[in-house]
Design a protein around this ligand. Sequence first.
Ligand SMILES: [Zn+2]
Length: 137
Amino acid sequence: MRKTSPPEGTPPEGDTNMTARAALERAVQPKPSPSGPKPRKLPIRTCVACRTERPKRDLVRIVRTAEGEVKLDATGRASGRGAYLCPNVECLKTAVKRKALHRALGTEPPPECLAALEVEMAAFKPSLESSGPAQTD
Ligand SMILES: [Zn+2]
């Protein structure tokens, strides 16, 4: 019987180290803790018009209510199917034109709701969390 000797230059410790490290890595793998502290990452949503990913609070939520109304959800907590848009009229228009809003909400937004949305969107001021004093002219 011929034995294949390990090639020189490969110290056996190297192999042991690798195995130990692999075992360690396996043991140290992070586990999702359902009751852990709050996740530090902000929830990210995608604008249905331009597909930009932004923190949820930087986007405007459009909600379809149980009554079939489509409206701007300023609280972000209204119940119903929602779609996220950048807080600008351009994205709203794009979403309508591409039927992205249509798809995201699973309904065709009524024209009168879209008109109202446009007005609300134009007036919408994202709640900027800058701590500086309000600027005055
Ligand atoms: Zn957008």
